[in-house]
Design a binder for this molecule. Structure first.
Ligand code: ATP
Ligand code: MG
Length: 249
């Protein structure tokens, strides 16, 4: 589709097209398309920018990932389509494995995502097997023995609430990227980046590169000042304030 750059929703429509292509190329599921729509709605309400609360969460996320002993990056169909290149770069700079975890597990889609990530430069892509999340019933409880099972920190962008909760119950620290500050994932995660994955991934990479020079004490101090509850309240306040302005001004 040819979207004119002058279109007020240009970037948003471009992302939508990327997810639609992801579906056509076997990366994204049909349900993934509607999940993207939910994200778009919250982006629209927030104002389609990376706000200060997202920056605070990105600083904390970068610090936690750098302090982590074994971080793992969980990848699903939407994240692979929207931010595959950045996920591979992040995996490289953190020396953290990429692990495919699908809400609707299909071997064929797993293979397509793995192929796509490898095409973008990933050296190794883990798939579920050998590990189980004890608090989940469905196929989604499958995790990799070499990945999430061993991880102390898991980055789970655009994740479902059940899995997030279960990973936390397993004692893992969870970082998410989720445009909906009200979702169970956003509410349960240790660090919630309320921002579009396409905008926030390059910022996360930049922040990690800059913070790599810092001492563990400095990173711990950034984490110590971070409060996820405040970040979620600030995001909800942003929507509230924006809608109030639009309705009364
Ligand atoms: P939960 O299960 O956590 O209560 P949910 O059922 O609404 O949330 P899921 O479909 O399980 O949502 O997970 C997808 C989440 O990702 C949603 O909260 C959605 O708002 C968010 N999301 C979708 N697209 C993007 C995007 N491009 N960037 C950031 N977040 C997104
Ligand atoms: Mg859900």
């Amino acid at each position: 589709m040819n979207i004119p750059k002058s279109h007020p929703r240009y970037k948003s429509l471009l992302s939508r097209e990327v997810v639609v292509s992801g579906f056509k190329n076997g990366l994204t599921s049909l349900a993934g398309l509607t999940a993207h729509g939910r994200g778009e709605t919250f982006d629209y309400l927030l104002g389609e920018e990376t706000f200060f609360f997202a920056h605070a969460a990105l600083d904390a996320a970068a610090s936690l990932l750098l302090l982590s002993k074994f971080p793992v990056i969980s990848v699903n169909g939407n994240t692979a389509a929207l931010a595959g290149r950045e996920l591979v770069e992040l995996s490289e700079i953190l020396d953290a494995p990429l692990e495919i975890n699908l809400f609707h597990p299909e071997k064929e889609r797993e293979r397509a995502i793995s192929k796509h990530l490898k095409y973008l430069g990933a050296k190794k892509v883990l798939t579920p097997g050998g590990g189980l999340i004890p608090f989940l019933r469905s196929n989604r409880r499958m995790i990799s023995r070499e990945g999430q099972k061993k991880a102390d920190v898991v980055l789970v962008p655009l994740e479902d609430g059940d899995r997030t909760e279960a990973l936390i119950k397993m004692g893992k620290k969870v970082i998410t990227i989720d445009l909906n500050p009200l979702s169970r994932t956003a509410q349960k995660a240790d660090i919630t980046i309320v921002d579009h994955i396409v905008r926030s991934m390059p910022i996360l990479i930049k922040k990690i590169t800059a913070l790599k020079k810092e001492t563990p004490e400095a990173l711990r101090s950034i984490l110590g000042q971070y409060d996820n509850e405040t970040v979620l309240k600030d995001a909800i306040f942003q929507i509230n304030q924006r809608l109030t302005k639009l309705s009364y001004e």
